[in-house]
Design a binder for this molecule. Structure first.
Ligand code: CA
Length: 225
């Protein structure tokens, strides 16, 4: 899943971003509201974490512009304890939830999970494709009764394929969702990770679930006859 963090304080931003990345989210950081609006216009995010106190364009204004542009991704506001009025203004501007600084990381992760679950078009805590199951709250994957251990990136890739199954996912979309914006798209990183997933998910099973769609990308589902 891909998140956008809008925060001008560099230390706070890198602390939050690191913690989210460790939990297998892909995180882009924008230091200003202007940059954030440029990114949401070009890329698809599952959630925006929006600090309300930004230089020039405020978080409230950014949120309002996101909604006025017709974008419906969840927005989680990060506010200071004292600013009750700003919080109300933020919710009125279309934010979905808020978190008061300073917050515990566990609370941040809980809010992010709740909002992204709601925001996902094929929601639900568990995803299924054939006998493959992905349990989001536990971040656990199994095929049949066999538990499968995945790295953070492998998990993020599989989650994307399962959410979109039975449709194909473009190679460029995979890079955009699993790796960060600006990642070198000329590398064969997607192929490398697809091969690793195949070894873990398909190798020991007669029915292969990861399908290559020639010239396009990959798809998760039963092989076509
Ligand atoms: Ca700030």
């Amino acid at each position: 899943m891909r998140l956008l963090l809008v925060e001008d304080e560099r230390k706070v931003a890198s602390f939050i971003a690191r913690s989210l990345r460790e939990n297998s989210y892909t995180v882009d950081v924008a230091e200003t509201g202007e940059k954030a609006l440029g990114l949401v216009a070009r890329l698809t995010y599952d959630l925006v974490l929006l600090d309300l106190r930004l230089p020039r364009l405020s978080g409230v204004e950014v949120c309002r512009e996101i909604r006025e542009a017709g974008l419906e991704m969840p927005v989680l506001m990060l506010t200071a304890r004292s600013l009750v009025e700003q919080r109300v203004e933020g919710l009125d501007a279309g934010a979905d939830d808020y978190l008061t600084k300073p917050f515990a990381l566990a609370e941040l992760h809980a809010r992010v999970r709740a909002l992204t679950r709601r925001g996902f078009h094929k929601g639900g805590p568990k995803l299924h494709t054939a006998d493959l199951e992905l349990d989001r709250p536990r971040r656990a994957v199994k095929r049949g009764s066999q538990q499968i251990q995945l790295t953070l990136k492998e998990y993020a890739l599989l989650e994307l394929l399962m959410v979109r199954s039975p449709d194909a996912v473009l190679r460029s979309e995979i890079i955009e969702h699993v790796w960060s914006y600006g990642f070198d798209t000329e590398t064969n990183i997607v192929e490398v990770y697809i091969n690793r997933l195949r070894q873990k998910i398909d190798q020991e099973h007669p029915v292969k679930l990861i399908q290559t769609v020639r010239g396009t990308g990959y798809r998760l589902g039963m092989p076509e006859r």
